[in-house]
Design a binder for this molecule. Sequence first.
Ligand code: KG4
Ligand code: ZN
Length: 342
Amino acid sequence: MVAKTVLILGIESSCDDTAAAVIQDGVILSNVVAGQKVHQKYGGVVPELASRAHQQHIIPVVDTALKEAGVDRKDLNAIAFTQGPGLLGSLLVGSSFAKTLSYSLDIPLIPVNHMQGHVLAHFIKEKEGENKQPEFPFLCLTVSGGHSQIVLVKSHGNMEVIGETIDDAAGEAFDKAAKILGLPYPGGPLIDKYAQSGDPLAFEFAEPKIEGYNFSFSGMKTSFLYFIREKMDNNPNFMEENRDDICASIQHAIVSFLMKKLKRAARETGIKEIAIAGGVSANSGLRKVVQEHAEKFGWNVYIPKMAYCTDNAAMIAITGYYKYLKGEFAGLDITPKARMQV
Ligand code: KG4
Ligand code: ZN
């Protein structure tokens, strides 16, 4: 191993994915994620089951990430881990593991904000010399199962949330709509799949009225629920007969609302460097419409590779890398936080 390179191990355990990744000078060497199928039948993540599964997965996941990277743990320069936001029991597994490893290897420990991680996923390089990265300042629409934010990103470590959801997150809106349709958790990817053969204008759902760059999704969910109930009262086969159109229409409503706010933020800030991030940025409808807006408004858009949309540790490792360069380390007394601002 060449001495001047910086090797970071990233560990992510904020929700229901146990993940580890190794990054060398910003270039990805390995990216391992173990999901948890145990939550599917409950229609959402069960925190106690999530932390137990993290405990089972963490050692094999880290071990695999090191092996796939061809890296001996003694060559690591630092351990980056998700400090929050997330489920406390889940965060505790990753943070305890990271602390132990940094202590035993006598290397720095770097706490990472999960939401910053989603944004900085855009800086992960697949190979050396790659440089399609957003220029500062840029706007990032970060949409996941727990958050919906428009972030003004001024530098790797300086971000300001200029808009956010006042209730449900965009991913939650997808998942709750899916649950109403009887689809398993997480329903977002299934809505996306069925939407591809449906008509997005088949059914209309009222757009929430909310100030500034903020979002609200709980009203949309309620109107969706009432809509389905009413239709089912008239025709018990309504859901089966119209599944694709229903999925396309609710996806269209969610994506249009997200884009309306993003467009407004871009117009009012004059920023044309536009990124999307988080689990919902995997949505094909959102990816397509962002691309269309790029052509229409002269935006430079940054759409993450699928593997870096949903939770992963490469985004934690890359954030850790930039913090490493600035010497932003933590002591062993650092604690995970369920709530954390960007
Ligand atoms: O970022 P993420 O993996 O975890 C959190 O930090 O929350 O996001 C998970 C969310 C879930 O709500 C899931 O349904 C949603 O992202 N999601 C999608 C798609 N893929 C994942 N939503 C819509 N379309 C997709 N293709
Ligand atoms: Zn996430």
